[in-house]
Design a protein around this ligand. Sequence first.
Ligand code: SF4
Length: 301
Amino acid sequence: MLATSTSATPEAARFRRRLMAWYRENGRHGLPWRLTRDPYAVLVSEVMLQQTQVERVLPYYSAWLERWPSFAALAAASPADVIREWRGLGYNRRALNLHRLAVAVISDHGGELPPSAATLRKLPGIGPYTAAAIQSFARDQRIAVADTNIARVLARALFGTPTGREVPAGALSDAADALLPSREVRHHNLALMDLGALVCGSRAPRCGECPVARLCAWKAAGYPAGKTTSAPAPRFEHTARFARGRIVDALRAAPATAAELAAMLPAHHAARIGHYLQALEKDVLIAPAADGLWSLPPRPR
Ligand code: SF4
C-alpha cells in the first residue's frame, strides 16, 4: 500500500509512474484552457469550472475570451453585460467576482495577476484551490492542486476512505504536497484531476481501468463506507438558487417590478420575492431602478 508521508518511497514513485503513463494515453490534453499559459484565460476557465461540468463550460469559455480577451477588456465591460454573458452557467456571483477581480487587477496590480498564492487569495472569488490552480497551470510552480476530483483520488488511494471528508484536516493537503514529483508538477496535478474525473468517479469508480489500482488503500480494504452521510439534496426547483436564477434571468431581458417577477415564480417562491430581491441586491446582482422597477446593476460611478 502507498505511504502518505513522503514522495521518496518506492511506492510513491511507482504511483506517479503509473499515473503519468495512464495520463499520457488518456488525459484530456485538448481542453482549450490546457493549451494556454495565459493567467487570465486559466483564471476564466477555473472560475467557470467551479461547480460546472467541463462540457457545459467549453462554449462559454470560447465566447467569453472572444468578447473579453484580457483583464483590461473585462474591466471595461459593464456588470450587466457580464451577467448577461454568463446566462445559463449558473451561480451568477462568479461572473460578478470575475469582473470585480479584473477591475482590481487593472486598478491595483498594474494589469497583471499578483505573483504569490497568498496575494491571489485576496482577490474577489479566489480561494485556496483557484490560487493553487493558477500557480500550477499558468505558472508551472511546484504546488499541489486539490479540487474535488483530486481530493477523492488521494483519499481513496492513500487513506483508504471513500472521500476526503473522512480524512483529518490538513492531512490530505500534506499528502498531496508529499506526493508531488520534482519535475512536471503541472502534468502531475492534471493527471490526478483526470483520473478522478474519468476513472475514479464519486459514484462508481472503474477500478478495473485504474493505473494505481494495485496501490489503492480503499480498494485493498474492500471499499469501506465513509463515516459521514449527507442528507438528500432538495429538488432544484425548490431551492432559493432556482428562484434567484429565474429572477436574474428575467432581468437579463428587461427591467421588471417585484410583482411581475413574483408572477413568473411558483407560489412557494413568489411569497418570498422580497427576501430574494433583497439578497440579490446585497450581492450586487440586481439593483432598484426608476418607477418601482428592478434591473441588472448599473455601471459603478
Ligand atoms: S483503484 Fe478504484 S478507488 Fe482506487 S484510485 Fe483507482 S479507481 Fe479510485
